[in-house]
Ligand binder design. Structure first.
Ligand SMILES: Nc1ncnc2c1ncn2[C@@H]1O[C@H](COP(=O)(O)OP(=O)(O)OP(=O)(O)O)[C@@H](O)[C@H]1O
Length: 581
């Protein structure tokens, strides 16, 4: 049973066992609730025996009191076990699930994130895991518990009188079959609803992120109109799902209630024909008032358990993704990077790099240049195994990067991208991300080398100033210099600079160029820059165009060759003279 639960609800081994125990505890608690009823039947039997002219048992008041206390105690213990087995275990399991998914996401290639909607992923990790918590603590054990206890009580009643049992329980399979039969239709609706909700939440996020551009382009009315439409579609889908679910559950509940009527009818008939005794009739009447309540709850839970299956499917889709694995302890023979006939595409059939071969030697600056969309950033990121290749190989110090664990590989890289990512934390901690065990003094030295100390000293709390979401209180240049400070602190043997000085003004750029000169000394440096003067002093230039190496050599060689590099240089020299006329 625990293995089955583990498999269908994608639980851990312990989670499967805990859920089985929780379900058993629920079943026992439900059966426990029958005990007061049996006491009532005993009392009834005692009171009615003189009327019915039969010898009944004779239990004194103290006997009833003692039994009541015993039953109460028993119910309390059962409930305590159920609570322990459901709530505590479910919190542990959902925490483990979140950690497991987060661990998985760490190891999944970045290509996965390109294909998946980020709101969808967040909803899966936060929303679906939270739902699983409730499913694990309520819906699933309560449903299984109710099934088991109803089956137990039903069989006992059948044993007492099968005709009466049948008249009472025939409605149960009908109601549940109706719920299960219509489910595929509701599943389809729920999937659609989820899609529409994601579109709406993406729209809201996009609106908040781009509010400045929307206002600047006078698009407020149009944009809000579009967003409103998405919200209306999402709302109407949600209402449809709720209404259909409501109709289904209510009809099933009504069917269950018919069972009450058939029990009374059948019981009265059999009693009038003296086929059953008054006590049996009474027992079934009492049972009929008790048995349908938990079953109605069960139907609600059944619907929730079906929704749980959709969520499990989504979590499984993450869990089943192939992860990037590799050796963690590697000894590199230096840190030369070699691209050997590398082919790569983000989307099948649309190659971004076709057949790229070049070397970036340790101690040298290798610049990737070329027209926009030529594959420069892609090539630089492939060296750090952000994605796996479709063909060829990339080696670092002779080691094929596809054989190295990505996290272990990244320890050798200091990366400065144009899109700097900063956290809503202090300046000190944002720089310390480069090397977690760095002292405050080391962080400050790195900041100084990256020319950050000037603007940091002007902030109200200096290094202890919180910089807002993604460094919202800083300018583009300041953010960029912070990320260079991070890279300096990390002091890794390979440096990737992707448009690292793009958002700096001329004064800042020359300051940061000085910092970068410190950073790159004796390292393997891959630099991507659009400004030709940034790469003029590079040791080697690789010109990437349409996913191929169009030219490579020293800046001087390429300039003399009079090809793409020369052309780009000349164009930029001309554009420097460009003014608003
Ligand atoms: N995550 C991604 N998913 C799908 N396609 C992508 C992705 N990133 C880049 N591309 C596509 O790959 C191609 C190469 O992009 P890349 O950013 O590597 O070029 P680039 O030479 O660095 O361009 P730029 O100089 O404009 O930054 C482009 O056509 C781009 O649209």
């Amino acid at each position: 049973m625990s293995k089955y639960l583990q498999r269908i609800f994608a639980l851990s081994e312990q989670g499967g066992k805990d859920l089985a125990k929780a379900s058993a505890a629920c079943a026992l608690t439900n059966i426990g609730f029958i005990l007061p009823m049996s006491l009532f039947v005993l009392l009834l039997d005692q009171l009615l025996s003189p009327v019915l002219g039969k010898e009944g048992h004779q239990m004194g008041l103290m006997g009833y009191v003692a039994l009541s206390i015993l039953f109460l105690l028993l119910i309390f213990i059962l409930q305590y076990i159920q609570y322990n087995k459901t709530f505590l275990a479910s919190y542990k399991e959902s925490a483990n699930m979140r950690i497991h998914l987060a661990e998985k996401l760490r190891k999944i290639p970045l290509s996965f994130f390109g294909k998946r909607d980020l709101s969808d992923l967040t909803t899966t990790i936060m929303g679906d895991c939270a739902w699983m918590e409730t499913a694990f603590s309520h819906f699933i054990p309560e449903l299984i518990g109710a099934f088991v206890s109803t089956a137990f009580i039903g069989l006992s009643l059948m044993a007492l009188d099968w005709k009466m049992g049948l008249s009472m329980l025939w409605v149960v399979p009908v109601a549940f079959l109706l719920s299960a039969g219509i489910r595929p239709f509701i599943d389809r609706l729920e999937r659609k609803q989820r899609g529409e909700l994601l579109i709406a939440s993406d729209g809201i996020q996009e609106c908040i992120e781009n509010i400045q551009d929307i206002k600047a382009n006078n698009q407020r009315e149009d944009y809000l109109h579009g967003l409103c439409k998405k919200l209306v579609v999402a709302e109407s889908n949600t209402i449809t799902v709720e209404v259909i679910n409501g109709i289904l559950v209510t009809s099933s509940q009504m069917i269950l209630k018919i069972g009450m009527a058939t029990t009374v009818l059948c019981g009265s008939y059999l009693l009038s024909r003296q086929k059953i005794g008054l006590m049996t009739f009474m027992i079934f009447m009492i049972a009929a008032t008790r048995i349908y309540g938990p079953l109605i709850g069960c139907l609600n839970n059944l619907s929730a358990v079906f929704s749980t299956m959709l969520r499990v499917e989504r979590m499984r889709a993450i869990d089943e993704q192939e992860v990037q694995t590799g050796a963690e302890e590697i000894s590199y023979d230096g840190f030369d990077i070699a691209f050997d006939h590398v082919g790569f595409s983000y989307n099948k059939g649309e190659p971004v790099l076709k057949d790229v071969s070049f070397q970036a030697a340790q101690g040298q600056v290798t610049a990737l240049v070329g027209p926009s969309g030529g594959g420069k950033s892609t090539a630089a990121r492939l060296a750090a195994r952000f994605w796996d290749l479709n063909g060829g190989k990339i080696t670092i110090g002779g080691v094929d990067v596809s054989t190295v664990d990505p996290e272990s590989l990244l320890k050798n890289f200091s990366v400065v991208f144009q899109d700097v990512v900063l956290f809503n934390n202090t300046i000190m901690e944002n720089i310390r991300i480069g090397r977690k065990d760095a002292t405050d003094q080391e962080v400050m030295e790195a900041a100084k080398a990256a020319r950050c100390d000037g603007f940091i000293s002007r902030l109200p709390k200096g290094y202890d100033t919180r910089i807002g979401e993604n460094g919202s209180v800083l300018s583009g240049g300041e953010r960029q210099r912070l990320s260079i400070a991070r890279a300096l602190l990390k002091d890794a043997p390979i440096i990737l600079l992707d448009e690292a000085t793009a958002s700096l003004d001329v004064e800042n750029e020359s300051m940061v160029q000085g910092a970068i000169s410190n950073l790159v000394r004796n390292k393997t440096v891959l630099i991507i820059a659009h400004r030709m003067r940034t790469v003029a002093k590079a040791d080697r230039i690789i010109v990437l165009k349409d996913g191929l190496v169009a030219e490579q050599g020293s800046p001087k060689e390429l300039y003399e060759r009079n090809g793409i590099y020369r052309h780009m240089n000349d164009l930029q020299s001309q554009s420097q003279d460009w003014t608003l006329s």
